[in-house]
Design a protein around this ligand. Structure first.
Ligand code: G3I
Length: 315
């Protein structure tokens, strides 16, 4: 028994988790993380991002990312690269840079190429969070300088760096149908029309108990119908105004099951990644008594009902 085994039994490629290597000193954490029955895939929660991989122009530092990649190799798991282009966790020289469009195009291209080339043979979140909730493009250094052309520039550089990598656009609030999901479908269509490489959409899925969109499955099917795959890339389901008592945890279990079974029902939903697996290390602060607690393991590594919800979702 185990989450990844359940995913495999459901013919998915993996059930995985995000992690930070600072968490590995916790021996209980490490032993669960290492267990291939639980996790078949790893995403670096932070260290493959721009601030860590190219802190100065043209200076690439892969030491921190390599710690994750080596662990993945050693344990025989899969790696998801996260991420090439994102408005957050950028080094100062990018955020505060004053670039002409051709200069920034070169910077984006070089970053994506070097990163994807160093971690070849992987899946990559090439573009992360490029849209606003209303479906317009996010205003950031990339869009403000290059308009949406930075997206094809990044995807093409990634493809040149690794012809075999799966290239994704990853975002949140695209779990259900709506303005943002529609905009992303239109973006994928337009990229495909232009012959820009795009293999998948990552549906982050930072969700809240009681607010899981009912259109999850339909929405995934609409993405897949564009000729791409989808993956759930950052799943966690926080409690909000719901105490972590038996009832709150039961509702959380049901919501995990709903999300997993939506992926399970869509053939081209290839796998699911949790955004870390214990409440102890979640990015979502737990404020007792009734907010947070988003993961399937509690802060003491006791499996919550959500764990069983995931198993059931794969059945
Ligand atoms: O490394 C420093 C440490 O030196 C310092 O002492 C400490 C004090 O605040 O901060 C540490 O940096 C933190 C970093 O995580 C590493 O732990 C940052 O403050 C913190 O803001 C940063 O948060 C990360 C967040 O992205 C940044 O937006 C989370 O760990 C990470 O889980 C989260 O991941 C994102 C995905 O990449 C994209 N989708 C949403 C998801 C959740 O926000």
């Amino acid at each position: 028994k185990g989450l990844n085994l359940a995913a495999k039994a459901a013919k998915k490629l993996y059930l995985g988790t995000a992690t930070n290597s600072e968490e590995w000193n916790d021996t209980t954490y490490y032993s669960i993380l290492e267990d291939n029955a639980e996790f078949g895939q790893i995403t670096a929660a932070n260290v493959m991002k721009w601030f860590d991989t190219e802190p100065e122009p043209g200076v690439f530092t892969f030491q921190d990312g390599d710690v994750i990649a080596n662990f993945v190799k050693k344990t025989g798991k899969k790696l998801r690269g996260h991420n090439c282009v994102w408005h957050n966790q950028l080094p100062d020289w990018v955020v505060n840079g004053t670039f002409t469009a051709p200069e920034l195009a070169f910077v984006v291209e070089r970053h994506c190429f070097e990163l994807v080339h160093h971690y070849r043979g992987q899946v990559w979140d090439v573009i992360n969070e490029s849209l606003n909730d209303d479906g317009t493009f996010r205003s950031d250094i990339f869009f403000d300088t290059l308009n949406s052309t930075y997206i094809p520039i990044a995807l093409r550089a990634a493809r040149r760096a690794d012809p075999h990598a799966k290239l994704y656009i990853n975002d949140y609030n695209i779990e259900g149908t709506g303005a943002k999901a529609t905009a992303l479908k239109n973006l994928v269509k337009s990229l495909k029309r232009q012959g820009v490489p795009i293999d998948g959409v990552g549906i982050q899925s930072h969700l809240t108990v009681g607010q899981v969109p009912t259109t999850l499955r339909q929405n995934m099917e609409e993405f897949v119908a564009l000729g791409i795959e989808v993956a759930i890339t950052e799943l966690d389901i926080r409690l909000l105004n719901t105490t972590a008592n038996e009832e709150g945890l039961a509702r959380q279990k049901a919501d995990y099951e709903t999300v997993i079974s939506a992926c399970n029902a869509v053939e081209k939903c290839v796998g699911v990644t949790l955004w870390d697996f214990t409440d102890k290390f979640s990015w979502i602060p737990t404020t007792p008594p009734n907010e947070g607690y988003p993961c399937p393991w509690d802060e003491n590594y006791v499996k919550k009902p959500a764990y069983e919800g995931i198993i059931q979702g794969f059945q």
